[in-house]
Design a protein around this ligand. Structure first.
Ligand code: SAM
Length: 406
C-alpha cells in the first residue's frame, strides 16, 4: 500500500491505494500502423480510497488534453442502446424541469446523441465539448456546441452571453474531470433559480459487485458513490435531492443536484445511502476484497484463453472499447492471442489497439471471417451484441465478474 497523493476533493493528506493494474496506455489512444513501433505514452494505473470523504479515485492521472482533443475515439452515437437511453433521459428532463424559453446546457455532449433530442424551437439548447472531432459531428447535426473544457471561467462567459440555465446535465463526463471543484463552481454561477444539475456516471456498487475492473482507466478519475458526492456538494451549499440507478455502461447512477432548499429530497436518496452503507462502500476492506477478485478474474481469463487456444480454436476481440484496452493490457493478451478486434466505429478501423497493438477491423470482416470465439470487450452491450450476432455461430467469452463462455 502506498499513499502518494492528496484527495482531490477534500484535501485529505493521503489516499489509500488498493489496486494497481500496472503500466497502461491511454485507453482510447488507438494507433496508426506507422506509429506502433514508436514509444507509447504509459502511466501507472492505480486507484486509492479517501478515508475522510470516501471518494475512490485514480492516484496518477493523465493530462486532459492528451485524452480529449481533436482525435477522440469515442463517438457516443454508435450504440443503439445509448440512443434509446438518451431519448428517454431528455424526455424525462423536459417533462420534469423545463418550461418554454429555458436554457439547457450539456457538459460533454460528444456527437450530440442527447442534445439533438431537445425541442430547439422551445428551449435554448447547447453543448460544451472539448474534443473537436466529436463536437464537429454534433455541429453537423445542426447543434450549437462550444469547443472547450467546462470550468468556472467558461460558465461566467456563458452567463454574460446567454444568461443562466435551468438544466445543466452531463452523462459519463463528471467522473472524467479531475478539476471537479472548478466544474461545480461553474455550475453554481450558471444555474438559475430552481435550476438543476443532473449527471450520471458508472456507480461504485456496480463496479464492485460486477468486479468491473475495466471501468478503471485514465478517463475515469473518480468512482462515485452517493456517500462521497453528498459530502462534496454540501461544501457548495448544494444537495443531491434525487437519484436513480441506470443499467447503462454496466451500471450507473444518475444524480439530481440543486442549491440547498430548492427541491424536496426524495426517498430515493436515503434508500441509496442505506444500500451503500449495507454494502460497506465506506470501508477500505471492501476495496481490498475487490482487488483480490480482480486478480482471480485475470487468472481465470488467461486460463480460459489458453485452453481454447490449445484446442486449436480461433479467437478475436469484439468491440475496440476503452474497457477492452484495460483488460487486454492487464491480462497480457496480445496479437498472438487475438487475431483481430472488430468494431463498428468507422474511425477506428485500420488502427491498432493501445498497448497490445491488435489490429482493428470492421464488423463486415468479422462476419466474413468469423472466429470460433470472441472476447466481448464491451460486456455492457452483451444483450445488444448477442442479439445482433446470433446468426454468426461465434461463441462469446465474457471476462467479468469471472471468465466464462456465455
Ligand atoms: N456524454 C456522452 C455520452 O455519455 O455518451 C459522452 C461521454 S464521453 C465518455 C466523455 C466526454 O466528455 C467526451 O466527449 C469528452 O471530450 C468530454 N469531456 C471531458 N472533459 C470535459 C470537460 N472538462 N468539459 C466538458 N466535456 C468534457
Amino acid at each position: 500500500m502506498t499513499n502518494v497523493c492528496k484527495c482531490r476533493l477534500c484535501g485529505e493528506e493521503s489516499l489509500k491505494e488498493f489496486i494497481t493494474l500496472g503500466m497502461m496506455p491511454i485507453a482510447n489512444a488507438f494507433l496508426k500502423k506507422e506509429n506502433i513501433e514508436n514509444d507509447e505514452y504509459k502511466f501507472e494505473l492505480n486507484v486509492g480510497f479517501c478515508e475522510n470523504c470516501k471518494m475512490v479515485q485514480l492516484i496518477d492521472t493523465v493530462d486532459k488534453t492528451m485524452m480529449f482533443n481533436d482525435n477522440y475515439a469515442y463517438f457516443s452515437s454508435v450504440s443503439k442502446t445509448m440512443e434509446d437511453h438518451f431519448k428517454k433521459y431528455s424526455d424525462l428532463l423536459t417533462e420534469r424541469f423545463l418550461e418554454d424559453g429555458d436554457l439547457v446546457i450539456e457538459i460533454g455532449c460528444n456527437d450530440g446523441i442527447m442534445l439533438k433530442n431537445f425541442d430547439r424551437g422551445k428551449f435554448n439548447v447547447f453543448g460544451v465539448e472539448p474534443s473537436d472531432n466529436v463536437a464537429e459531428a454534433a455541429r453537423n447535426r445542426g447543434l450549437n456546441v462550444i469547443t472547450n473544457f467546462f470550468d468556472q471561467k467558461l460558465a461566467e462567459k456563458i452567463v454574460n452571453e446567454k444568461g443562466k440555465a435551468k438544466v445543466i446535465y452531463a452523462a459519463n463526463v463528471m467522473c472524467h474531470i479531475e478539476a471537479f471543484h472548478e466544474v461545480v463552481k461553474g455550475v453554481k454561477v450558471l444555474l438559475k433559480d430552481k435550476g438543476v444539475l443532473v449527471f450520471e456516471d458508472p456507480y461504485i456498487i456496480d463496479i464492485i459487485e460486477k468486479n468491473a475492473y475495466d471501468q478503471i482507466y485514465d478517463e475515469h478519475v473518480f468512482y462515485f458513490s452517493l456517500t462521497s458526492l453528498k459530502n462534496f456538494f454540501s461544501q457548495y451549499g448544494m444537495t443531491i435531492f434525487d437519484c436513480e440507478r441506470q443499467t447503462t455502461h454496466g451500471g450507473s447512477m444518475r444524480y439530481y443536484v440543486c442549491n440547498d432548499g430548492d427541491y424536496e429530497i426524495k426517498n430515493s436518496v436515503s434508500v441509496a445511502m442505506k444500500n451503500e452503507s449495507e454494502k460497506k462502500i465506506y470501508k477500505f476492506p471492501t476495496y481490498e476484497n475487490f482487488a483480490e477478485n480482480v486478480k482471480k478474474s485475470k487468472k481465470m481469463l488467461v486460463e480460459l484463453l489458453n485452453k481454447v487456444k490449445s484446442e486449436g480454436r480461433r479467437i478475436t476481440g469484439y468491440a475496440a472499447s476503452s474497457k477492452g484496452t484495460i483488460v487486454l493490457n492487464y491480462c497480457g493478451i496480445t496479437a498472438k492471442d487475438l487475431e483481430y478486434i472488430s468494431d463498428n466505429t468507422p474511425t477506428k478501423i485500420g488502427l491498432y489497439s493501445p498497448g497490445m497493438h491488435i489490429p482493428i477491423v470492421s464488423e463486415k470482416e468479422f462476419h466474413e471471417n468469423p472466429p470460433d470465439y470472441a472476447i466481448l470487450l464491451a460486456w455492457n452491450y452483451a444483450k445488444e451484441i448477442k442479439e445482433k450476432e446470433k446468426e454468426s455461430g461465434v461463441k462469446f467469452i465474457v471476462h467479468i465478474p469471472f471468465a466464462r463462455v456465455i
